[in-house]
Design a protein around this ligand. Structure first.
Ligand code: P1T
Length: 381
């Protein structure tokens, strides 16, 4: 079946007991057993819950995977993936990551003995050079948060495989509608479902999707053992969100292109980071491995003062962390999402004090452009 049909139907058959067309919220902690060891597939709701199972089946289908696991947040999902590894194992990560991911790696997991290093994974030679005998995982975002760098997923997967390491791709920015890393050879896909999958800025969650049964077995064990599961209600919200993922993503993409084109021409904007623009150095790669460019973009206005003026002047765009909702959010990565990245490293990535990020929503593009136009006009010439 097609993507939208799967989004609306997989895992969401009418309720066998009542005919309810929508998966019920199974708000229960436990399930009564008929006899010792005799039950209907559910025992205790940390281990499995029917609402969560429905979402997990759905997300597995959307990513072209076989198994999915829903977690309490994107960070909990990432933490579960890193829990597959042991003290002394090396994780090679892309140089640009969501600030919270970098913080988890550097300030939490390093302390428990995992070894991290970072490479410019836009260049496969750099990635290959950074692989070590003890590398167990290559971890990338593509496109990255917030400067939209692209990693060639198929090439990264091949390089990781040669070293008997897994490739994990954080697919939060693209969503499975535009990019399906498992089909390109990745082993693990991660989402903050908080973003496009939920799509309505009303829940925090995460997911891990895989194809390999042995990997799934270990993730299932970790999900139950560590317990950072997504609640039935939050699962239900994501299930509701994914039904419209395709139509939302088409509109995010169309608006993203329009806003990027407007910003690129604006005299107060020095640079725009959006893979759909001709000026993006990896546009061809993005076209090859993505079906669209989406609604995330960043742009440079030259200074903290200019960024502050812009962020204070917008009326329709909301100043807030997060992304992927129907409403447009605008943010300042250096002081918000990427504040935990040391300033020198931020600068090297292009996360300057003058960088502004937009999660372009699905409002009317001309209203968004008019809002940005009036706000940019307040920046001194
Ligand atoms: O916020 P949470 O659901 O825990 O997801 C973390 C996360 C993981 N991966 C990517 C690519 C992300 O962007 C995020 C969260 N990002 C933001 C909150 C943000 O505003 O960028």
């Amino acid at each position: 079946m097609g993507f939208s049909t799967d989004a609306i139907h997989v895992g969401q058959e009418p309720d066998a007991a009542t005919g309810a067309i929508i998966v019920p919220i199974y708000q229960t902690s436990t399930f009564v057993q008929e006899d010792l060891g005799k039950h209907k597939g559910y025992e205790y709701a940390r281990t499995a819950n029917p609402t969560r199972s429905a979402l997990e089946r759905n997300l597995a289908a959307l990513e072209g995977g076989r198994f999915a696991f829903a977690f309490a947040s994107g960070m909990a999902a990432i933490n579960a993936v890193t829990s597959l590894f042991q003290s002394g194992d090396h994780i090679l990560a892309g140089r640009n990551l969501y600030g919270g991911t970098f913080r988890l790696f550097e300030r939490v997991l390093k302390g428990s003995g995992l070894v991290f290093s970072y490479a410019d994974t836009r260049r496969i030679e750099d990635l290959e050079r950074a692989l070590r005998a003890e590398t167990r995982l290559v971890y990338v975002e593509t496109p990255t948060n917030p400067v939209m760098e692209i990693t060639d997923i198929a090439a990264a997967a091949a390089a990781a495989r040669q070293h008997k390491a897994f490739l994990a791709v954080d697919n939060t920015f693209a969503s499975p509608f535009f990019q399906r890393p498992l089909e390109l050879g990745a082993d693990i896909v991660i989402h903050s479902t908080t973003k496009y999958l939920n799509g309505h800025s009303d829940g925090v969650g995460g997911a891990v999707i895989v194809r390999d049964a042995a990997l799934a077995e270990r993730l299932k064990f970790l999900q139950n053992a560590a317990g950072a599961i997504l609640s039935p209600f939050e699962c239900w919200l994501v299930l509701r969100g994914v039904k419209t993922l395709a139509v939302r993503m088409r509109q995010h993409d169309s608006n993203g292109r329009a806003v990027a084109a407007f910003l690129e021409r604006h005299p107060k904007v020095n640079k725009v980071y959006y893979p759909g623009l001709e000026c993006h150095p990896q546009r061809e790669l993005a076209r090859r491995q993505m079906k669209g460019f989406g609604g995330m973009l960043s742009f440079e206005v030259g200074s903290l003062e200019n960024a502050r003026t812009l962020l204070r002047s917008v009326r329709l765009c909301s100043l807030a962390e997060s992304l992927g909702g129907v409403e447009t959010l605008i943010s300042h990565p250096a002081t918000m999402t990427h504040a935990s990245v040391p300033s020198e490293e931020r600068r090297a990535l292009g996360i300057t004090d003058g960088l502004v990020r937009i999660s372009v929503g699905i409002e009317d593009a001309e209203d968004l452009i008019a809002d940005l136009d009036q706000a940019l006009a307040r920046i001194p010439a």
